[in-house]
Design a protein around this ligand. Structure first.
Ligand code: FAD
Ligand code: NAD
Length: 367
């Protein structure tokens, strides 16, 4: 057993070590934190360069090594949660004994505030593209076998394409592939597929190019970002979701997570604002879910309905909100999530403050 690198920052900072058998090399990251999961570590290796970024609270701990020998493309990851240990098991190409793991690359063994790290991208293949509404599609991309990455609930990634010689980058929020299939994240390891609901703006800069990609083409996907934490959902009794247009996307995983993992949850209510009925994303899935799970209710509000619409109308307003936001019990623990066009979100936050909801009870998704 060889100790390759020890902590530079004293006993409480993370460190890593490695060991080997005939056929595998195991890299062990000691985070010294308890709330570590499979979505806490992002691993990429290309040729002989190995990169593992571990998110520890608001910090990023990087292991970045030029490996001394070749390994196979795929690898496995295990997390020992109660001690905060991450094990990455690389398969040797040849059954030789390694004298050293390799040489440190840029920023190896460094712990820096996450906000100070740049985004890292890997190329993902477009697997499928499916129409959801007249202008919105469900895109599925596949991570390379040499990447381990799980986007935490409530977080987004950046997609990057080179358009006429210029790199264009826009943020998108991964969703589950459906509201009705069994929700497996973040339990399922090695999940290689990422789904996005993306609205194509005909005069937009990025989305028409994305829409022109063929199945099998590549798009670069960044590591996740965002300040929502699922810990906000712990002990929650009432969850209210206010979504407008594609502002629905962060709600998808939050909804699935809450219904699956929060036992004390009594009610989840979604108020979904759109221009017309044709714009409503996953309407029949939402209605089926409401039928199937009595804890979930959905209300659609249209800002430009046709004359035969019998449902709620207009923009976000005090009247709509005060009626909608009735908690299932007095003093129940409440969270309100809001996302949509900036004027919608800003107006919503203002109205929620007027209705005496505290900052802790509101989470807004913004740029
Ligand atoms: P843009 O070029 O930005 O144009 C968008 C629209 O505005 C077009 O109709 C365009 O004609 C019009 N426009 C552009 N400039 C002007 C102007 N100066 N004056 C008037 N009109 C103008 N979108 C999704 O579909 N799904 C998601 O999951 C998603 N997640 C997001 C997550 C985050 C954190 C954020 C901040 C945004 C998210 N978005 C999402 C929005 C997404 O990032 C893009 O803004 C969107 O796809 C539009 O990009 P575009 O380059 O195609 O259009
Ligand atoms: P849209 O133009 O179809 O509008 C949907 C609804 O939003 C309207 O029916 C209306 O009720 C409301 N709305 C629109 N403009 C409003 C205004 N000025 N005041 C009050 N309410 C208003 O929406 P879209 O084209 O789907 O756009 C969705 C927006 O959500 C985009 O701006 C996108 O960037 C944003 N988004 C943000 C995130 C995030 O920050 N995490 C994620 C996804 C989408």
């Amino acid at each position: 057993r060889v100790t390759d690198t020890l902590a530079k920052e004293g006993p409480s900072s993370p460190s890593y070590d490695w060991f080997q058998t005939d056929s595998v090399v195991t890299i062990v990251i000691y985070t010294k934190q308890k709330d570590i999961g499979l979505d806490s570590v992002i691993i990429d290796h290309q040729d002989d360069s190995f990169r593992a970024e571990t998110i520890i609270k608001d910090y990023s701990y990087l292991v970045h090594i030029g490996l001394s020998h070749e390994v196979q493309e795929d690898f496995s990851v295990r997390v020992v949660e109660n001690v905060g240990k991450i094990e990455i098991i690389l398969k040797k190409r040849e059954k030789t004994s390694w004298k050293c793991l390799g040489h440190p690359l840029e920023n190896d063994n460094s712990l820096v505030p996450k906000k100070d790290t740049g985004l890292y991208y890997r190329k993902c293949q477009l697997i499928s593209k499916e129409e959801v509404t007249h202008d919105t599609k469900l895109f599925c991309v596949m991570l390379p076998p040499s990447t381990h990455l799980q986007v935490p609930t409530g977080q987004h990634v950046y997609l990057k394409l080179t358009i006429t010689g210029t790199e264009i980058v826009k943020p998108y929020t991964p969703v589950s592939n459906s509201l009705l299939s069994e929700f497996k994240e973040p339990v399922l390891p090695n999940n290689k597929y990422i789904y996005f609901l993306i609205k194509i703006y005909p005069t937009g800069l990025f989305t028409p190019e994305l829409d022109h990609l063929q199945i099998g083409d590549f798009v670069s996907v960044s590591s996740p970002e965002g300040n929502f934490k699922v810990s906000k959902l712990q002990e929650l009794e009432d969850l209210f979701l206010l979504a407008a247009g594609t502002g629905f996307t962060p709600m998808v995983k939050i909804l699935n997570y809450a219904l699956t993992y929060i036992p004390c949850l009594r009610k989840v209510k979604l108020m979904f604002f759109n221009k017309t009925e044709d714009d409503i994303i996953w309407r029949s899935q939402l209605e089926k879910l409401a039928f199937r799970d009595k804890r979930f209710d959905v209300e659609f509000v249209l800002s430009a309905p046709t004359s035969d619409w019998n449902g709620k109308q207009g923009h976000i307003s005090p009247a709509l909100l005060s009626d909608f936001l009735k908690a299932s019990l007095d003093k129940s623990k409440v969270l309100i999530c809001i996302c949509g066009p900036t004027p919608f979100t800003e107006e919503g936050i203002r109205l929620l403050h007027d209705l005496n909801f505290s900052k802790d009870e509101i989470h807004s998704f913004t740029a």
